[in-house]
Design a protein around this ligand. Structure first.
Ligand SMILES: NC(=O)c1ccc[n+]([C@@H]2O[C@H](COP(=O)([O-])OP(=O)(O)OC[C@H]3O[C@@H](n4cnc5c(N)ncnc54)[C@H](O)[C@@H]3O)[C@@H](O)[C@H]2O)c1
Length: 356
């Protein structure tokens, strides 16, 4: 039997992985305890998505286990053992700001939880491919020291800089920089995943995400900016922009495109490899540009205000360079541009909010 195991399966990337792999594997096992609701309140609950997966995918099996607890993981890995061929690890505490509220919780989920899963991988199914959703926050605020130029709607990098054409590559230093506690716990996990590849020769891959987005994000103020922005555009709720004149630039990748990267990696894995993963030059926007797009798509004028104080460690300009991944996996490319992603988010969210 071929099994894919997905942690954080009711979250944005986890649920996209379940959908993507359900017709490629005999069984898809999901692990998610809806800790996102504890982090972000009811806006962040992923209960609806877990129920949707159970209804839509007959070969999906859910476990409400906590990745911090080996005693809850071990029986699952023991039961399915070497039939597990792929592990997609997306469960996390995903917010900068939240991490500072409860550093123990943040670190135990992001760092210890990842170590637990790597050990389960090593002990029960060492041949399985292990994919980790890391983050561009591992580079800390190093990107903020690039030569940036202000335009009417965004910050942009100087055209003479080597990052101008394709964005930031994997060789930017992750050292000597302010990460936020979230960034630090993800660095710990990122390095562990690389190490299990390099030291033990296991098939581990690290994907350092830009902004990951898509219709199944449970957007909350502290995490999931495009999703939360579109939610505010639909509901008329107020949105606050934090710092950088609203001109901060993010690249955005649709969850499908990211999971498709995992699929390409799974079929031809490289031990301990690291890839930046985002919308790159293909799909990026500033906060102000995103607001304009959300207004156009929803047909509503947004209510928003500006607060001078930026989030600690927040990037001013970040665009991922995917050249390395594309050179290793030339058959992969993006299926969604930014407008398509936002339109899909709008339609599914409008429907979901109507039902509630
Ligand atoms: N969304 C982004 O913009 C973004 C950007 C870069 C990196 N990432 C990373 O990608 C991954 C997936 O992000 P996402 O947006 O899908 O997150 P998400 O919050 O939508 O999903 C994560 C899921 O993990 C679950 N979870 C959290 N702690 C758990 C625990 N201890 N045990 C079991 N389940 C637990 C949550 O309930 C949630 O359903 C995360 O590792 C995140 O750090 C996300």
């Amino acid at each position: 039997m071929n099994i894919a195991l997905v942690t954080g399966s009711a979250g944005l990337i986890g649920s996209e992985s379940v959908a993507f792999f359900s017709d490629k594997f005999d069984l898809v096992i999901g692990i998610d305890n809806n800790l996102r609701q504890y982090f972000f309140g009811t806006d962040g609950s992923t209960d609806w998505n877990r129920e949707r997966l159970k209804d839509q995918y007959s070969n999906y099996q859910h476990f409400t286990a906590d990745i911090r607890k080996v005693e809850e993981l071990d029986p699952i890995f023991r039961q399915f053992g070497a039939d597990i061929k792929l592990i997609v690890h997306t469960a996390a505490q995903p917010s900068h700001d939240w991490a500072a509220r409860e550093p123990f919780t943040d670190f135990s989920v992001n760092a210890n939880g990842t170590l637990n899963l790597l050990e389960m991988n090593r002990q029960h199914c060492p041949e399985a491919v292990f994919i980790f959703t890391s983050t561009n926050k591992v580079y800390g605020d190093n990107p903020n020291f690039l030569p940036l130029i202000e335009t009417d709607t965004r910050w942009e990098i100087d055209a003479s800089h080597p990052y101008f054409e394709n964005g930031i590559d994997e060789f930017m230093s992750i050292d000597h920089t302010k990460h936020s506690l979230f960034g630090a716990s993800k660095v710990a996990a990122d390095i562990l995943v690389q190490e299990y590849g390099r030291y033990f020769g296991m098939k581990t891959g690290v994907f350092r995400g830009g902004c990951l987005t898509g219709p199944n994000h449970s957007g909350a103020q502290l995490h999931g900016f495009l999703s939360y922005l579109m939610k505010c555009a639909i509901t008329g709720n107020h949105y606050t922009i934090f710092g950088y004149k609203g001109k901060q630039v993010r690249d955005n990748i649709h969850s499908y495109d990211l999971v498709n990267m995992f699929w390409h990696f799974y079929q031809n894995p490289r031990a301990g490899e690291v890839y930046n993963a985002g919308g790159g030059r293909h799909a990026n926007c500033s906060m102000l540009e995103a607001i304009t797009l959300c207004e156009e798509i929803s047909g509503n004028k947004m209510s928003y205000s500006y607060s001078e104080t930026n989030r600690i460690g927040d990037h001013i300009w970040y665009i991922s360079d995917l050249s390395k991944f594309k050179s290793h996996y030339p058959d992969w490319t993006w299926q969604y541009d930014l407008r398509q992603t936002l339109e899909q988010m709008h339609d599914s969210m409008a429907q979901r909010l109507l039902v509630q």
